[in-house]
Write a protein that binds this ligand. Structure first.
Ligand code: GAP
Length: 499
């Protein structure tokens, strides 16, 4: 039974601040993440480190919940997918075989006045966005189409010409004084052993993708797990890229996490499996209750060095439609190259057709931090709760309940009359099943708003009536409606919502 609550605006006028417009929503999200313990700039006391971030007490919970949701949906719900956890450091030849030493480059351009370096595609995309915002969508589309065509041909002189012809400016110096377009490798390297500077032999890379840890373990897993094709290997882990244009908060980081799955298939079946995984992965996103109209596929024109087909799943962030996940048909590129470089056969014997072959691979690769940003962007809501008598507003994070850092808060109405003891009892009973939070400070309305700001879906209030009839008030985050339910029903209600 749900009953309408008294408007919370009558109880408090907390968290009053001007509503964020679309253009400053991204900034508001960044501030909110810091203010409520989701994300801090790395080593902030030393002024931070560009494009590196730390997850705080709320952020690490949300991140873990996203991880678990992905991991379970891959490994637990698919009989033929298993997970591994490979090391970040790998034998350096791995990256020669994978093509990353030679091909993991981005065309860059430097502004001679500001000395600022730009990724060419980002510079051009930024320019096109400005042109579009100024009302010339046709020109923006034409510039982007030219860029795609030039990138596909690695035509660096053509890209430079495109930048010059359109008088694209450096955001720092405001000038058009550009160097030529050059390639720049994105891998970080370090030395193995205690002495640095021992030359190339000692050089190891911080992996730029988790996928290679899966490829080099393909036969280990296949044999020890007696896996039959088609089967998948999933992994979650850190990846590192020396991104040049590393802005936009956690959208583009130098240290980030990927959730990748390589699906090994019979050669010739890649088209159908590619379509299958495109559909499956979109379904996964939508299963979180995320809005379908904020998603779209973007087919790659310029394919990565390993792919014969590829697309991105894009989401409409406050900064526009951007990639959150890639689906790649990687052919037998990686296993074939590892076979060649390691001189160890990477073949599978298919008993159904009595043939040995190197499997083809469909990859699904989603950035965990980018998924975090997606969830945060979609959840962040500013609501105007003003009444004629009083201005009021709230910031609420409308997370899917199963991802919320804290599922339930328990509040005794007062600090006396045995109410804290009952509230603690509820908390102790529930905390084994899901993450709870206890608080007895401040007025109930204030406590509700603090929970809204971190996205807690349920608040339970223990009051004097609880002592008489063993019921409590449940306050629902999104609707702000309150209902009275028996203590015995609390755990089931929350478990039902997060299942
Ligand atoms: N193994 C294939 C691969 O790494 P990718 O398209 O380069 O493909 C996959 O990366 C996903 O990893 C992207 O869709 C994005 O979500 C995430 N990602 C890539 N670079 C990132 C960065 N610098 N910061 C945060 N996430 C990143």
């Amino acid at each position: 039974m749900i009953r309408a609550t008294r408007p919370e605006s009558q109880v408090l006028s907390l968290f009053l601040r001007p509503m964020a417009t679309d253009s400053n929503k991204f900034q508001a999200i960044i501030s909110h993440c810091k203010e409520y313990g989701f994300i801090f700039p790395s080593s902030e006391i030393y002024d931070g480190l560009q494009a590196v971030y730390d997850y705080g007490q709320m952020g690490s919970e949300l991140k873990k919940n996203i991880k678990d949701y992905w991991w379970n949906s891959m490994t637990q719900f698919h009989d033929n997918i298993v997970g591994i956890d490979a090391a970040i450091f790998m034998h350096p030849t791995t990256w020669k075989a994978s093509g990353h030493v030679d091909n993991f480059n981005d065309p860059m351009i430097d502004n001679k006045d500001s000395k600022k370096r730009y990724r060419v595609d980002h510079l051009i995309e930024g320019f096109a966005e400005d042109v579009r915002n100024a009302g010339d969508a046709a020109k923006a589309d034409a510039v982007l189409a030219s860029m795609d065509a030039l990138l596909a041909k690695d035509d660096f002189a053509g890209l430079k010409q495109l930048i010059d012809d359109n008088k694209m400016k450096c955001a720092v110096s405001g000038t058009c004084n550009w160097t030529d377009v050059r390639q720049f490798n994105l891998m970080f390297s370090t030395e193995f052993g205690s002495v640095s500077g021992e030359g190339e032999d000692n050089k190891v890379y911080l992996r730029p993708e988790t996928a290679q840890g899966i490829f080099v373990n393909f036969l280990n897993v296949q044999k020890t797990g007696r896996m039959k094709i088609p089967f998948g290997i999933a992994q979650i882990g850190k990846a590192f890229r020396n991104e040049i244009v590393a802005r936009q908060f956690i959208f583009r980081m130098r240290e980030f996490e990927q959730m990748e799955m390589q699906f090994f298939i019979r050669p010739g079946t890649q088209k159908e499996w590619y379509e299958y995984w495109k559909a499956e992965r979109l379904k996964w996103h939508l299963s979180l209750g995320l809005p379908a109209d904020k998603y779209r596929f973007h087919d790659h024109i310029k394919l990565a060095h390993y792919a014969d087909a590829a697309c991105d799943i894009e989401f409409e962030f406050p900064i526009g439609f951007k990639e959150v996940e890639g689906i790649h048909s990687r052919t037998d590129f990686d296993l074939k190259n590892h076979q060649e470089f390691s001189k160890k056969k990477q073949q599978y014997f298919d008993t159904e057709i009595n043939q040995n072959y190197i499997p083809y691979v469909i990859e699904t690769s989603i950035g965990l931090d980018r998924m975090f940003l997606l969830i945060m962007s979609n959840a962040y809501t500013e609501e105007d709760l003003s009444t004629p008598e009083k201005p009021d507003s709230r910031v609420v994070l409308k997370f899917p309940a199963k991802l919320a850092p804290i599922k339930m808060a328990v509040f005794p109405l007062t600090k006396k009359d045995g109410l804290p003891e009952i509230a603690r009892g509820i908390m102790d009973d529930c905390k084994k099943s899901f993450r709870c939070f206890y608080e007895e400070k401040d007025a109930i309305g204030k406590r509700y708003r603090r929970m809204d700001a971190i996205g807690t879906p349920f608040c339970i209030t223990v009051d004097h009536q609880t002592k008489e009839d063993n019921t409590v008030t449940v306050r629902h985050r999104d609707s702000m409606l309150q209902e009275r339910i028996p203590i015995d029903a609390i755990k089931g209600m929350v478990l039902g919502a997060i299942a």
